[in-house]
Write a protein that binds this ligand. Structure first.
Ligand code: FAD
Length: 502
């Protein structure tokens, strides 16, 4: 068995955009702290390494999806998975955090002991001699495992799906080199993945039908930010990107708030730009949602590519419900039938918190769905612990750039004061009935039972406001009356058996 690494200051779980980002903040902000990232896969990048379906790309602009401390260098702001992967690899190397990643470590259990004021984390490692368990100890645990299962995608209950004679593909497990040219492909779904895959397949020569149960709102954006590209010609590139990061984050928030406040006007504007893009060639009923903008996630369409392939007939769109799948196609409620060689179930992810890790505090299991988050980053009653959960309406990485420096502040404060434990307390008094996640989409509904409780007010309310979180975490007082600092707890004497019985 390999030697157990020395006791760590921080242990991070997951080497995706969150784990790498937090680790870089630690390396920059508290270089004296020892940290390790445990990653179950053999490569870094998480989402951006796992998903390989045609056209895979971000739908946030890379100025705000890139890290503030390592600005995105290119003018292409809506970009493919491969360049995001390369950016993450290069960032990890630049700050030396690549050397802190332990690949092939699947974390199963994390246990906090108040007596030792330490986390004990167990990870399974497969080696030539079979599976072994490795144990790590750390003062702080930072959960960065994303929000979905890496083992399986969400499989909707579609009658007859198992009888389909062709290929059924889930975007999460796209077979490398799959040849779809000339094939009849039905893409089931209307979210960000379907909207990405449909134009990519159509441009690659497939005969594509996008089959949606209900329409979605779309926003067409250019994949290159001309203002940024122009400003970079005269100003330092990093300064321009950082300015664009602030501008884009505030614009996303303003757009979100405007949509929620003035839904009718927002709807009119969003539908008008789609109508213009379609040029009267496709029925607008496929693009006229029954809900208000931002009840569900707004989908970005870079350069209007989806509309282009629908307009010129390389792809078609059908709004209907599936009656059942037949061996050679899909039968719809309307009686229509779609012949298919390939079905793509772009129906979403299997939501999972904490990467399936069993978390316990002094032997008691922590169920995040019973507790509110503190400052949108820590969990009520869980000591020396932080989790990265991004935004519905802003780039995920905005949370990373707020929580990373907060953890450095916290560690320095604890060093100065001699505290061993920082634990948010009293959140139960501030729980509200409001949903934690502000969207009503299928995956948000499926996730509701798993997600933390929503709080009535700050610091227990998760506002989904990236600017507010940034201010609260970067500038807010550490001693706010909700976060308790303590020394390690002295071991409690074990009560005698007869005392217990009494
Ligand atoms: C296709 C797709 C496109 C997206 N596009 C955007 C976008 O444009 N903008 C945006 O803001 N958000 C987007 N998101 C949301 C996206 O998940 C986040 O942006 C971000 O990539 C999440 O990063 P993460 O590091 O938190 O999680 P992940 O990328 O999921 O990485 C988690 C890492 O933790 C590891 N891990 C998990 N469990 C364990 C365990 N038990 N033990 C050890 N390691 C473990 C995983 O192997 C993985 O490497 C997108 C999501 C998907 C699926």
């Amino acid at each position: 068995m390999p030697p157990t690494p020395p006791e760590l200051d921080f242990l991070l779980i997951g080497a995706g955009i969150s784990g790498i980002g937090v680790a870089c903040h630690l390396a920059r902000g508290c270089p004296d702290k020892r940290f390790v990232i445990l990653e179950q896969r053999e490569r870094l990048g998480g989402t951006w390494d796992l998903f390989r379906y045609p056209g895979i790309r971000c739908d946030s602009d890379m100025c705000s999806f890139g890290y503030a401390f390592h600005p995105w260098p290119s003018d292409a702001i809506i970009t493919g998975g491969e360049s995001i992967r390369e950016y993450l690899r290069e960032t990890a190397e630049a700050y030396g955090v690549d050397r802190a990643i332990r690949y092939g470590h699947h974390v199963t259990r994390a246990s906090w002991s108040s007596e030792r004021a330490r986390w004990t984390v167990r990870a399974e490692v497969d080696g030539p001699d079979g599976r072994t368990e490795h144990i790590f100890r750390a003062r702080f645990l930072v959960m960065c495992p994303g929000y979905f299962s890496y083992e399986r995608g969400f499989k909707p209950d579609i009658a007859g799906l198992d009888d389909f004679a062709g290929e059924v593909l889930h975007p999460q497990f796209w077979p490398e080199g799959f040849d779809y040219a000339g094939k009849r492909v039905v893409v089931i779904g209307s979210g960000a993945t379907a909207v990405t895959i449909v134009p990519a397949l159509a441009k690659g020569g497939a005969d594509v039908t996008m089959l949606q149960r209900s329409p979605t709102y779309y926003l067409s954006l250019p994949d290159v930010d001309r203002t940024v590209a122009l400003a970079r010609k005269v100003l330092p590139s990093d300064l321009v990107t950082r300015t664009a990061l602030v501008r884009n984050t505030l614009t996303q928030l303003a757009l979100y708030k405007a949509c929620r406040r003035f839904p009718r006007a927002a709807r009119a504007v969003l539908l008008a730009q789609v109508r213009k893009r379609l040029g009267g060639k496709v029925d607008m009923r496929h693009f006229t949602p029954r809900y208000d903008p931002w009840d569900e996630r707004l989908c970005v369409v870079p350069n209007g590519d989806l509309f282009e392939v629908l307009r010129d007939g390389r792809a078609t769109i059908v709004t209907d419900e599936i009656e059942r799948v037949a061996p050679d196609g899909v039968l719809l409620r309307s009686g229509e039938r779609l012949d298919a060689d390939v079905l793509v179930t772009a129906t979403g992810l299997d939501v999972r918190l904490f990467g399936g890790v069993h978390v316990e505090v002094d032997g008691e299991a922590v169920d995040p769905s019973e507790r509110p988050l503190y400052k949108a980053a820590m969990i009520d009653g869980v000591p020396n612990f932080a989790t990265i959960f991004g935004y519905a309406n802003s780039s995920w990485t905005r949370k990373v750039d707020a929580v990373g420096p907060y953890l450095c502040r916290l560690a320095r404060h604890m060093d100065r004061t001699g505290a061993e434990v920082a634990v948010p307390e009293g959140g139960a008094r501030f729980i509200s009935d409001d949903p934690f996640f502000p969207l009503k989409s299928g995956y948000a509904k499926r996730a509701t039972a798993l997600l933390p409780k929503q709080g009535e007010r700050l610091p227990w309310r998760t506002t989904n406001n990236a600017a507010l979180d940034y201010l609260m975490l970067r500038l807010g007082s550490l001693r706010d009356g909700h976060l308790a600092f303590r020394p390690a707890r002295a071991p409690r004497p074990q009560p005698a058996r007869d005392q217990l019985a009494a």
